[in-house]
Design a protein around this ligand. Sequence first.
Ligand code: GLC
Length: 424
Amino acid sequence: MTDRTQAARIAEAQGVLRANDRGGYTVPTARLYPFQWNWDSAFVAMGFSTFDEARAWTEIEMLLHGQWEDGLIPQIVFHAPSDDYFPGPDVWGIARTPPTSGIAQPPVLATASRHLLDHAGDRAAAEAHMATIYPKLLANHRWWAQARDPGGTGLVATLHPWETGMDNSPAWDTALARVPTNTETVIRRRDTSHVDPAMRPRAEDYQRFIHLVDCYRGEAWDPARIYARAPFRVADIGTNAILLRAERDLLAMAGRFGTPQECSEIGARIDARQRAIGGLWHDATGLFVCRDLLTDAPIPVGTSAGFLPLFAGAASPAQAAAMALKLQDWARRVRFLVPSTDPTDPKFESVRYWRGPIWAVVNWMIADGFAQSAQADAAARIRADTLALIETAGFSEYFDPKDGNGAGGGAFSWTAAIYLLLRA
Ligand code: GLC
């Protein structure tokens, strides 16, 4: 790609973020996702930081407007009403201003905040923002520990596939099959009128997703009660790895914005999380895997999330080397990396949601992880593939690893953000 076309692409990526800006927060894409999503916004903030630092901080602060008193940072903040999305605020039944959903999403926010601070041109402004953001991030990490790891195992539970951000991963199939399909809420899907239904979750999965929402709303979203009641409870390797990384980033900030007690509190959680994630290595899969906390058994499915302990600094050098080989093995079966499901798995589907396609945000984290683990070739290959996909197919929601075609929604914010980060 010539410098000229590259510059044009960068301008286009900035244009996607500006176009999806709804006044201080950014929607993932128009129509399909008309509100502020938690982990999308963390990546979007880093994307904005490459050309508009002030706007990047606003993205984070707007997300934190949705934070609950107990520390939860919800998956969705419904800043303004829209008929384009189901389930909306009425289904969640949470009386807050602004309304929010009642579940979490992967906690990338501390990592994003640290990124903004470390890359800040305007130091004074960055320090002032961080002084108010840091206690909120700390409260959020305490929420994860208390609400989602009441037994102090070092692993946090996710109680809905949507919390993992990887909604339809085949890793959830067995655990989700135990969730009943009856719902109190009448299901009125909007997603399948915006994009091809062949790429979206199946009807039965959707009924189980809503069954879970009905169940937790019935417990008034009380953390202890929903944890106890949950018909779906897994230790997602992606969420746990992202949280461990976020704890390290929080610790780096605690030295400057927190107290010595907070530093030791966070340090203790880091040790426990690191040990617990170590126990999720799965030899037969050649990757880290999730664990079903209701049956207390590993979930032996290879997914892109299985590489994320690299991002957390939780993989040994031998494990990192094994994962680099695993990646080469996958690369012999698909043209582009990193497919969300192991391409040798019979459940691999190259365009269905989280069952095969590539997400740029996941690639960015895995590449960062390989780079940290002295696997520079693997990191370079993933970054080159991500750029090639975006430069050829545009800022799609996700990409088919077989032919590189873009799929799902178009003009997607976090895809644009990752492009900006990779080109920065
Ligand atoms: C889908 C994805 C989730 C993402 C959201 C908005 O629900 O599975 O990870 O946050 O879309 O982009």
